[in-house]
Each structure stands twice: as structure tokens, then as C-alpha cells.
Design a protein around this ligand. Sequence first.
Ligand code: TXA
Ligand code: MG
Length: 347
Amino acid sequence: MKRPNIPFIEAPTAENVSRAVAWLRSGSPIGLPTETVYGLAADAGSAEAVAKIFSTKGRPADHPLIVHVASAAAAKTWAATWPDAAEKLAAAFWPGPMTLIVKRANHVLDAVTGGQDTVGLRVPSHPVAQAVLQEFAVEGHANAGLAAPSANQFGHVSPTTAAHVATEFPDRLLMILDGGACEVGVESTIIDVSGDSVRILRPGRVRASEIERVLGVKLSDANGDVPRVSGALASHYAPRTQTLMLATPRLKMQLRAFRQAQVKQPMRCVITHSFDAEPAEHLRAIRLAADAETWEYELYALLRTLDEERYATLIIEAPPEAPEWDAVNDRVRRATQRDNEENTATE
Ligand code: TXA
Ligand code: MG
């Protein structure tokens, strides 16, 4: 009997980890839990397997992928050179939510790097990701690694549960290992150590201050010739519902205006951190603790749920500007960029 083309979620038993590795060896992608977000993982050494990641995600072929490996020692086999900064950062933050951009080794496929002379490498800490990577490497060829972008359709919000992955690919035969809700909730911090100075390309749970402490230097800003990072596109990670970010005073004014309006208001949802918005017939109010880690953990899952509930608008209180909020600010900006621009344009 032919299997229907639908995703299936499996518990991460030893047997299912072996099944997942068998899928990977046969060139098929799988849904893989990591501590940041779920990945759509495939054999980074196979051009055919990597091509399936792009076709499954609908992602432009010149966007580079991160290669996931089980250890820093394995990571080095994907790099042409291993700078001192890479050594220090790997020792401090791997396994964990950090990706290093280094000069690529000769064997790394162009399909993985988007034709660039660098490659992104990460050693995830999630026990299920580790189990899969270790088993994949054991009997595998030399330089075993898994290319894995976030397991979402190009431009969508990244998945933080196995069920999210299944919703993203409803008509694909795809094995998804269930590793529970991702502990971090936003994608890894990407640090470029391939050039003369170290730069953060994407903020994440590993903070700029921690990187500076480990390296003993001040970081330069990631501006100028930013490489192709799909996360660097203006509108990315965006929900379908109109989603706005408003500074606290402006948000409070808006909420008063909604309350006082004479005409019936459309149903909106507001997410705050610094005050309780008054719920009303036309307004759902959610307050998350004023803590960056809570926001990182909750943000994507919340955007997904609220997107399903079909509000006219989601309004997010602008997060604090403090450095530990960099990752949250980055993701909220991306999620709201499209609609915030339209909103100011029509004011
Ligand atoms: O936490 C994460 O990093 C997750 C999990 C699954 O590991 N993965 C992830 O992959 O977020 P993805 O493909 O959605 O985002 C990776 C970003 C992309 O924006 C890509 O352009 C960038 O990393 N990237 C990969 N290789 C690069 C390179 N050689 N130079 C610059 N950017 C690179
Ligand atoms: Mg992504």
C-alpha cells in the first residue's frame, strides 16, 4: 500500500532515531528538534538531499544553509581554517544555540553555501538532535553533517513544536521526531568569524556581551557587506494577520482611542510586557513577563496561535531596547516590518 503524503510525528525512541537516520541516508529530509527551533534536516554531503530541502521549503536556491554536526571536532572538518575566535566561541557555547560562519572546506557543496566561500556550522545541544547526529556520523561517510534550515515554508514563522512542522508541510511524506517545545524558541546567534573582525549576523540567545567577554574584544556592528542571510530580508518571519509594533506611549493612546470610538471596533489582540491592557469586547489582551527569555520562548508559538484566531490586527508593545532584548527586537521588527511600514504610509 502506498503511504499517503502526509507528515507523521514520532516519539524520539532509540528505534525511531534509527528510522530517522535511515530516512536521512536514503536522501529524504526529516523534521528535527533542536533547542532553538525545529529544523528540516538532510544529508549535507548529498546534493540531491539538499535540493529536497529547497524544494520542500520553497526557499531560493542561493540562500546558504547551516550544517549541523555532533561536536566541535566534527565542525572543524567542514572548515578550511579554524580561527582562534572560533576555537574560543566553540569551547564556550557548543553544544548550544550558536552558529559560526567560517571559511569552507573544499568538500562543502555549493548548494549548502549558496556558492559563498564560507559555511555556517552549528553543534546543537538538544538530546534528540545529538542522538540523530551521532548515529548519522557513526556509519556515515567522512564529514557527516546535516544541513538544516528552520522547518517552515520560506518566509513563515519558525516552528517550535513538532506539530508546527506538520502544519507547515501538510502534503509531504515527512518523518518528524518529537522533541517537545524548543527550550530557546528563536534561531541561533550567527557569528561571522571568517573575516578580519568578528560580527554578529543574527542575534539570538548567546548574547553580544557574552561573546565579547569570551573573546575579550568589543564587537563591530554587522553593517556594510552583509552576506546573503534570508533572515536579513526586510519582511521575514511574518504572520499572515496584520501585525504592528507600537512604542508604549503610542500603544496606550491607541488603546484609549479604541475604547472611546463610537463605531464598533474590529477584534484586535495586544501583547504587552510593561502594563496590563484592559481587555474589552473588541480586544484580547496578553501580557508576557518583561523578560527577554520568556519572550524568545513564547513569541513564535504565540504568533502562530494568534494567526489562526484571525484577529483584524495583532499589536505588539515595542520591546525594551536593552542589549539582552536584541533577539526579541530583531524578530518582532521582522514580524511587523511589512505592516508597520504600510501603517505609517497611510496615516
Ligand atoms: O537555530 C538555528 O540556527 C536553526 C536551527 C534549525 O538550527 N536554523 C536556522 O536555519 O535558523 P535558517 O536556514 O532558517 O537560517 C540560517 C541563516 C540563514 O539566514 C542563512 O542565510 C544564514 O544562516 N547562513 C547560513 N550560512 C551562511 C553563510 N555561509 N554566510 C552567511 N549566512 C549564512
Ligand atoms: Mg529560517
